[in-house]
Design a protein around this ligand. Structure first.
Ligand SMILES: NC(=O)c1ccc[n+]([C@@H]2O[C@H](COP(=O)([O-])OP(=O)(O)OC[C@H]3O[C@@H](n4cnc5c(N)ncnc54)[C@H](O)[C@@H]3O)[C@@H](O)[C@H]2O)c1
Length: 308
């Protein structure tokens, strides 16, 4: 199978998990962040890696030709980076998906990771299901939702609408909400929270990999639509998330102040019933993820600019 963006935060956990399940995996990634993940996969004969841009037909064409499954993870991920480089956001998140669809044969299955960040708009009081309209506000959200639509329309595909992912990965992202708050709690002992009552939903990065493997193993019965994936017992507001962190770091102080605004105005309750009915349940709780992050941040430390 082909995993584009396989050297990213999710891919660096997913690809070893796929290899462990016995799949052969080719990764196409531009290694945009200078990351050196996946080195531990290189000894595996079933692993192949191509350094290249997913928008480049000369790279994408040969990479996807013999794949039975396509998992396009490559993207500029998150509203801030998409605003920084809007042309790249459109070409990587959307045009490269259209290119992939034009190159792909109908027998090749596609599993796509989408964001659920558009659900919040206009649906605040009720549980959002896959039928609720997705109305993302940010460029990141709109490119992902358009890409999902194109992929689902093309058939033999499914999409996983992921909650905000947390947990350690060899390509760590400190810009994700839980990862960010725990990092600040460990290193600064304080966070200033904006829109503290906005409800969000969360999912461990290893459960993303498990959900993808579940989708692969049950593809024929699951294909044809989107699935929300998240922890159903963790639809928590940002302030409730801080309270969970404080249970493990009692010295943590958090304050609320209007210092920012979420570009997608995410404030929503999400139902994961559809995927749960197919037998999938996340295994990693938010509390276990917080404990894991606290441990990991003893390893990840900024020791470059300062003496102590
Ligand atoms: N992390 C989350 O909370 C979350 C939630 C929902 C959906 N997703 C989706 O999951 C996917 C992976 O996200 P992530 O958190 O691992 O992000 P990430 O930024 O860590 O990974 C993206 C990867 O894509 C690669 N890449 C970027 N531009 C490329 C290009 N032009 N050609 C080839 N490779 C390129 C990067 O080098 C990186 O390895 C994305 O499609 C994202 O939209 C993530």
């Amino acid at each position: 199978m082909l995993v584009t963006g396989g050297a990213g935060y999710i891919g660096s956990v997913l690809v070893p998990a796929l290899l462990a399940e016995g799949y052969s995996v080719t990764v196409l990634d531009s290694f945009l962040y200078g990351q050196s993940t996946l080195l531990d996969c290189c000894a595996d004969e079933r692993f192949e890696v191509i350094r290249g841009d997913c928008r480049d037909e000369r790279k994408l064409g040969p990479a996807c030709r013999d794949a039975d499954v396509l998992i396009p993870l490559a993207a500029l991920v998150g509203a801030p980076i998409c605003d920084q480089d809007q042309v790249a956001a459109r070409t990587v998140n959307l045009e490269a998906i259209r290119l992939l669809l034009s190159l792909r044969s109908p027998r090749q299955r596609i599993i796509f990771p989408c964001t659920n960040s558009g659900y919040g708009v206009g649906e605040k009081e009720k549980f959002c299901t896959e039928e609720s309209p997705l109305r993302p506000v940010s460029l990141y959200g709109t490119t992902k939702v358009e890409a999902e639509k194109a992929i689902l329309e093309s058939g033999n595909s499914l999409s996983l609408r992921l909650a905000t992912v947390f947990g350690l990965s060899p390509r760590m992202r400190l810009d994700l909400l839980v990862n960010d708050f725990v990092y600040r709690a460990v290193n600064d002992r304080t966070v200033v929270v904006f829109e503290g009552h906005f409800k969000r939903n969360y999912l461990h990065v290893r459960d993303v990999a498990r959900a993808m493997i579940h989708a692969l193993s049950n593809f024929d019965s699951l294909k044809g639509g989107p699935y929300n994936v998240g922890l159903s017992d963790a639809n928590l507001s940002k302030l409730e998330l801080c309270a969970e962190i404080r249970k493990q770091l009692p010295g943590f102080v958090y304050l609320e102040a209007p210092v920012g605004k979420d570009p997608d105005q995410r404030d929503y309750l999400v139902s994961n019933e559809k995927i749960e009915r197919t037998g999938f349940r996340p295994r990693h709780s938010l509390q276990a993820g917080i404990a894991e992050l606290i441990k990991g941040y003893r390893i990840l430390k900024n020791v470059k600019y300062g003496n102590a």
